[in-house]
Design a protein around this ligand. Structure first.
Ligand code: TNX
Length: 536
């Protein structure tokens, strides 16, 4: 296998290149304005925090993230030398912006909101020696912050990652760790893909079989669809309501919103295994799917299915306070509807042009249900065939053309083109890369990518972007981390920094920073592989 942690290729002579102040120029994402000065501020056990009203939770976050490695208590004190300030008068910094001044005697971190202040905390973490991020006490290290002056704010409001916990169940402890990693990179959305053909992870008290039956499959396909090999090992699991509620709170403390996804009306084979009468052939029992790809079995367009889906979404809204709720909508084959008497009756009753229109009809009903409850529906771009109300957000995954089409219909868009944001594709064609989708999404496709180029039509409809971590080929947390890093760090920068902000060359080039960012990921114990060092 490829070596983990070590940069690819032969390493450069250690003395090559100019000596620089260690961490300030290695920030990821790079701040909008960064002035580096000589000198530093050193944190000691005596260093205290001066807190203004509303900053306590952020102080707790700072302490919680630094304590394991540094042991610094960072008590609150009226004359503390690190000031955390929330002041509405700083609204000019934007809802997530912050200002940070590190002087040799004092540190001032300020923002108009707690969200902005939290991003400043992540910058402070990155400014410290990488060992500060570790989980175990690190000894003999001076906890120095380089003197800097930073004014920073994100370009996009939606900066996220999809984690597919349906194809392979991911333990809640890892989901929390993943939230920590998102926050470190100033990403603010965790899109939890909770249901799919291969597993249902969201408990719904009124319909217990969803998790009890739909949460488990007999075995898993090894390799890509069509390879026909199975591992013979049962796989499954689901979260409890309490775990999800606590996850939401944990994420909120770190500035991350959890956006839940329930896939409808396709990608529902796990649901159909639990409740066969909600499909298109009430007499047929289907097990939870053990293959990958597009499953032909989908929900029936009848009242019983709509009712259960509303129950599910009501429970989802109860557990997840996020404005956005994702209802899937992708890859829904219509073959079953073409021969189902009930589906054809529905087509006639609704005056639809044909069975294919049932997908939009189904999604429209669910989208309205969410809107009636004050939420904003999100769907994949196939849901965008004119069926959804303009309030619905589109995730444009197939190509840039879908972004323009959806925006032209009045939707706001999250740019998720597969060839730049699908991290389940291998990063290179190296045969030693772990199994992935058939194709390559290299770091270079993400670094420097502009999710909303000014010249594109409707660029202003783009809310932001997110990475996709589908887990067909990533059974374990370590596999997910390996897919995610360092490409997710590059995507975080594409989502945060102004277009064209990072110069392509020099010490601040993304690749150079990613190589050194690797030391932070190492301290965090992340399973990753740094990119090839740029030529000296
Ligand atoms: C397409 S993108 C899918 C997922 C797969 C992914 C694999 C989308 C909305 N659907 O179900 O996991 O490709 O790359």
């Amino acid at each position: 296998p490829l070596p983990v942690g070590k940069p690819e290729g032969r390493s450069r002579k250690p003395d090559a290149g100019p000596a620089r102040s260690p961490e300030a120029s290695v920030l990821i994402p790079l701040p909008r304005q960064l002035l580096e000065r000589t000198g530093h501020f050193t944190l000691t056990p005596d260093t205290a925090l001066r807190l203004t009203p509303g900053t306590e939770p952020v102080a707790d976050l700072l302490r919680a993230t630094l304590a394991p490695a540094t042991g610094l208590p960072l008590p609150a004190s009226a004359d503390g030398r690190i000031s955390l300030v929330i002041d509405p008068a700083l609204a000019g910094l934007g809802p997530e912006g912050y200002g940070l001044t590190v002087g040799s005697e004092a540190v001032l971190l300020r923002a108009a909101t707690a969200a902005g202040l939290r991003h400043g905390v992540q910058t402070l973490r990155q400014l410290l020696p990488p060992a500060a991020l570790g989980a175990r006490p690190a000894r003999g290290i001076a906890w120095r912050l380089p003197r800097v002056e930073i004014t920073d704010r994100p370009r996009f409001s939606w900066r996220g990652a999809l984690l597919d916990v349906a194809r392979h169940f991911q333990p809640v402890a890892f989901v929390r760790r993943f939230v920590d990693l998102l926050a470190l990179h100033k990403l603010n959305v965790l899109h939890l893909h909770l249901t799919d053909d291969q597993g249902w992870r969201m408990p719904v008290p009124a319909h217990p079989a969803l998790t009890e039956v739909g949460g488990w499959r007999a075995e898993s396909m090894v390799g890509r669809a069509g390879s026909g090999r199975f591992d013979g090992v049962p796989h499954g699991g689901h979260y409890t309501r309490r775990e999800l509620t606590e996850l939401v709170a944990y994420a909120a403390e770190r500035g991350v919103t959890v956006v839940p996804e329930i896939e409808l009306p396709g990608h529902t084979r796990a649901l159909l295994a639990a409740y066969p009468h909600l499909g298109n052939d009430p007499g047929r029992r289907l097990p939870v799917w053990t293959e990958w790809g597009v499953c032909p079995n989908v929900l029936g367009p009848h009242d019983a299915a709509l009712d259960v889906c509303r129950d599910v979404l009501a429970e989802v809204m109860d557990v997840f306070p996020a404005e956005h709720v994702h209802i899937g909508g992708d890859e829904c084959p219509t073959t079953e509807w073409e021969t189902s008497p009930a589906a054809l009756a529905r087509v006639r009753a609704e005056g639809l042009p044909g069975p294919a229109a049932l997908r939009g009809w189904f999604l429209r009903d669910m989208a309205r249900f969410l809107l009636d409850h004050g939420r904003t529906p999100v769907s994949w771009d196939e849901g965008e065939d004119g069926a959804l109300p303009p309030e619905a957000v589109t995730m444009a995954w197939r190509s840039g053309a879908q972004t323009a089409r959806a925006a032209a219909r009045g939707h706001r868009v999250v740019a998720t083109p597969w060839d730049r944001t699908y991290l389940d594709y291998p990063r290179s064609a190296d045969p030693r890369e772990p199994m992935g989708q058939d194709g390559v999404v290299p770091l270079e496709a993400i670094a420097g990518w502009d999710p909303a180029p000014a010249e594109a039509p409707h660029a202003d409809a783009v809310l932001g972007t997110q990475a996709q971590l589908w887990t067909e080929f990533a059974p374990t947390p370590a596999d997910v981390e390996y897919l995610a890093f360092p490409r997710l760090a590059a995507l975080a920068e594409a989502a945060w920094s102004p277009a064209g902000a990072a110069p392509a060359h020099g010490a601040r080039s993304l690749t150079t920073r990613l190589v050194r960012h690797g030391a932070r990921l190492d301290a965090l114990g992340v399973h990753h592989r740094a990119p090839r060092r740029p030529p000296a």
